[in-house]
Design a protein around this ligand. Structure first.
Ligand code: 2BA
Length: 107
């Protein structure tokens, strides 16, 4: 068994979770915040059989979209907000970790 941790854009989380539950996966949603942009994102936890990992990842990617975001550059004087000092950052589709599950219990 594997545990998948998928960090997705907050705006895509409904579609991703809908796709996964339609595909027969059990999911848990956690409201999270990205350390760099300090914006809401969503972390989805799934416990899945090894042979279903690829199918879950396919659903997650198909429902996640990357976005461009402008962020102010930090200078020695603090944040600089003029247009010349805004940096374009590409966020997502999805950041996915697949971990081995040593033991799984459910009462
Ligand atoms: P954030 O940390 O808010 O990062 C948002 C986007 O900012 C990132 O998009 C990346 O394009 C950029 N970025 C992040 N850290 C940077 C840095 N030190 N220098 C320059 N640019 C940086 P994604 O890579 O698509 O990541 C989206 C979200 O996924 C992240 O939000 C974070 O919450 C999570 N994430 C990504 N990689 C991770 C990792 N290795 N470990 C834990 N969480 C991760």
């Amino acid at each position: 068994m594997k545990m998948i941790l998928a960090i997705v854009n907050h705006d895509d989380s409904g579609d991703v979770i809908g796709g996964l539950t339609e595909g027969g996966f059990m999911v848990t949603k956690i409201a999270t915040i990205g350390g760099f942009l300090k914006k809401d994102n969503t972390t989805i936890i799934l416990g899945v059989d090894d042979e279903k990992v690829d199918s879950a990842i396919e659903i997650i990617y198909s429902k996640s979209h990357s976005r461009q975001q402008m962020v102010p550059v930090v200078t020695e004087h603090g944040f600089a907000y003029s247009p010349e000092t805004l940096l374009e950052v590409t966020v997502g589709g999805a950041t996915i970790f697949v971990l081995d599950v040593e033991r799984f219990e459910k009462m």
